[in-house]
Structure formats: structure tokens, C-alpha cells
Design a protein around this ligand. Structure first.
Ligand SMILES: Cc1cc2nc3c(=O)[nH]c(=O)nc-3n(C[C@H](O)[C@H](O)[C@H](O)COP(=O)(O)O)c2cc1C
Length: 359
């Protein structure tokens, strides 16, 4: 008998609508029209300062990184995507197999559906059995966390044996989505409570509009392990919701009007660095990372890890070989960038003398 959560309003959760929405999300988020068209990339905003004298051999450059106490072969991770619907199973298997092979951290997509019906946990228990070395991050939206409270989240962590849990805050997307749940009242309190009770580290993330300096300070003493600032410049979730309006009327106009919304990850990292903010958690970056050169700029400016979503989804839809090839390219672009900066490891990359702000 599937377990149903208490407090979950059935009218808010309709499994068929959920599946159809998730399919739309994959379709539109991998299209050109759903991307920001007006923001500069991280490597344009943060100018890396290469050296003519690296004084190292390219084969000495290593990408190993420790995230949440676990060892990975790269600071790159697969940002949380999709999951919990029939057509997503195959794609999740491709993402999981490649993440396991490359030893990248992978975020699972929102586990909201598992809260309503625990039988959906099977997808992740099966994947963990198939790829025992794979390291996953659980995922839940802040608006669902507010509704169900922290105890329910342990089930989601268990089902994917997660090493950490992402809480995504997506107020703009929820507000413009036709079926959205734009209630964020009590979000800070719910997040703080989860940090106190969770059996694994908690990582806050946005979905591509950025978590600004002001908000980083508001959550500074919560006990978060990291914040993925997930800035603007890549997949634009208000545009994705707009594109779902096939009549191109009200919801299309509403979603499209936020074309220039948000801050880039590069801007936020530059704010933190230039103001010398003391943060009690690591910063991860994502949103619009379209090459390992972008990743290098973000790591130099203070990020600990760099996430990629839409390009990896697109590659995964074309099959595992395509995805592995793209992951290899991101890593190699980063390695070659590091070599040209004269830097052998990711830790030494975080250095103010290696970049300047261009804006
Ligand atoms: C198909 C797809 C589904 C996504 N689903 C989720 C989700 O369930 N939970 C979440 O936190 N973020 C989700 N995201 C957002 C990404 O994790 C990421 O924050 C955002 O897309 C910006 O990265 P990008 O520009 O590399 O796509 C999704 C992204 C894509 C492309």
C-alpha cells in the first residue's frame, strides 16, 4: 500500500498533471527559446589571467575534489533534474550510469511525487543497486518542505541513500507556473529546522535566478553545508513555464516578461569576494555553465563545485555515449584552463590573483 503523507493536499498533487508537466519541462528546458538571451557567461564576466610560464606539465593537473566529505574525480556535478515520472526513468538511468562511471556527484530531480506515493522511491533504490558507487543528492522544493516538515525528508534521503539533500527555492517559477505552489511563508524557519534535524548535509539551491548576497547572509547561521547560488544566464524557468502555454496568451506573456530577472553566479561570487563576506558554508555555482572554461572562472572566484543541467539533459536524451563525451569535454576544458593558469589542483584555483572582474 503506497504511503501517503499527511498534510499533502490532494488537490495540489495530481500525478497525471505532474507527469505531463515534467515532460514539458524536459522538452522546453532543452530548447534554445528557454535560455537566457541577454546575460554574459561566467568566463566573460570573470576574466581569467593566464600565464606564459605555467611551469607545470599538463599531466600534473588533477580535478579531484572533496564535496560533503566524499571524494569525486571532478568539481563538476550533474544538477538536479526531472525524475519521478515514467518517461524520466530511462533518462535518469543514463545520467546515473555516466555519473557513476565518471565519479561525478549527481542531484536527483524533485522527489515531490515520492512524498505523495512512497512506491516511487523504487526508481532510486533500483538505481543505487545497479550503480553502487554512484553518489546522489536528494531534492525537494522549499514550498513542499514548508508543507510537510523535515521528518518526511528522511524518507527521500533514504530512498537514494543520498550523501546530502538539495532544497530548491524557486519562487519565480512557482509564481508564473499555471499549476504552481507559490507559498513560501515560513521558508526560512523550515529550512533552519531541516538543517537541525537532517541526517545528511543540507544544500540550498536556486534554479537559475541566483541566491544573492543578502540571502546568503540571512541563512548564514542555519548550519547549511553549502549553497548552490545557481545564477542567471542558462535555463530560464520563467520562460520554460511561458513556453508551456500553447495559446501564447496570458501565461506566455507573464513568463516572458522576466527575461532579465536574476543575478549571475559570477556576479554573486564577485560580490562575496570583493566585500570579503565571511560565510559559514561552501558556495557551489551553476546556471548557464556552458563549458569547463566557465567552470574554471567560477572556481577561481570562489566556488567549490560547479553544476550543469540543461546541456547534460540534452546529451543524455541522445544516449550515454553523447553524455560521457560532453562530461569529458567539460573536464578537459577545465584542466586545460587550469594548466594555462599554472594551477595543478582545484584547491589552488581559488585565488584572487588568477582573475579580475570584467562585468
Ligand atoms: C529538465 C530539467 C529539470 C529540472 N528539475 C529540477 C528539479 O526537479 N529540482 C531542482 O532543484 N532543479 C531542477 N532543475 C534546475 C537545474 O538543477 C538548474 O538549477 C537550472 O536548470 C540551471 O542550470 P542550467 O542553466 O545548466 O540548466 C531542472 C533542470 C532541467 C534542465
Amino acid at each position: 500500500m503506497p504511503q501517503t503523507i499527511t498534510g499533502q493536499n490532494d488537490s495540489l498533487f495530481d500525478s497525471k498533471k505532474f507527469d505531463s508537466r515534467k515532460k514539458d519541462h524536459i522538452l522546453y528546458s532543452t530548447s534554445k527559446e528557454s535560455q537566457f538571451d541577454s546575460f554574459k557567461s561566467a568566463s566573460e564576466q570573470i576574466q581569467l589571467l593566464p600565464t606564459a610560464f605555467p611551469e607545470i606539465n599538463l599531466n600534473q593537473v588533477k580535478l579531484n575534489q572533496i564535496l560533503l566529505g566524499e571524494s569525486f574525480s571532478s568539481p563538476h556535478f550533474i544538477s538536479s533534474m526531472t525524475g519521478g515520472h515514467e518517461s524520466g526513468f530511462k533518462t535518469n538511468d543514463v545520467l546515473a550510469s555516466c555519473a557513476a562511471e565518471k565519479n561525478w556527484l549527481m542531484g536527483v530531480g524533485s522527489q515531490r511525487k515520492e512524498l505523495a506515493d512512497s512506491s516511487y522511491a523504487k526508481e532510486w533504490t533500483d538505481i543505487k543497486k545497479k550503480y553502487p558507487k554512484l553518489k546522489l543528492m536528494a531534492n525537494i522544493g522549499l514550498s513542499q518542505l514548508i508543507e510537510v516538515g523535515s521528518e518526511q525528508i528522511e524518507r527521500l534521503i533514504d530512498s537514494c541513500q543520498a550523501i546530502g539533500v538539495f532544497v530548491h527555492s524557486n519562487p519565480l517559477q512557482e509564481a508564473v507556473q499555471k499549476e504552481g505552489t507559490p507559498n513560501f511563508e515560513g521558508g526560512l524557519k523550515a529550512l533552519e529546522a531541516l538543517c537541525a534535524k537532517s541526517s545528511v548535509p543540507v544544500v540550498l539551491k536556486e534554479v537559475g535566478f541566483g541566491i544573492t548576497k543578502r540571502d546568503l547572509l540571512r541563512v548564514n547561521n542555519f548550519g547549511l553545508a553549502a549553497v548552490d547560488i545557481s545564477g542567471a544566464g542558462g535555463t530560464h524557468w520563467s520562460k520554460v513555464e511561458a513556453l508551456r502555454d500553447s495559446t501564447k496568451s496570458f501565461h506566455y506573456d507573464l513568463g516572458m516578461s522576466f527575461n532579465r530577472w536574476g543575478q549571475t553566479s559570477a556576479q554573486i561570487l564577485n560580490d562575496v569576494s570583493s566585500e570579503g563576506l565571511k560565510l559559514n558554508f561552501d558556495l557551489w555555482a551553476s546556471g548557464g555553465v556552458r563549458s569547463g572554461v566557465d567552470s574554471c572562472a567560477l572556481l577561481a572566484a570562489g566556488a567549490q563545485a560547479v553544476g550543469v543541467a540543461s546541456p547534460l539533459m540534452k546529451a543524455a536524451l541522445a544516449g550515454p555515449e553523447n553524455l560521457l563525451q560532453l562530461m569529458k569535454l567539460y573536464d578537459e576544458q577545465l584542466r586545460v584552463s587550469m594548466f594555462n593558469l599554472g594551477v595543478c589542483n582545484v584547491k589552488s584555483l581559488k585565488d584572487k590573483s588568477l582573475w579580475k572582474w570584467k562585468g
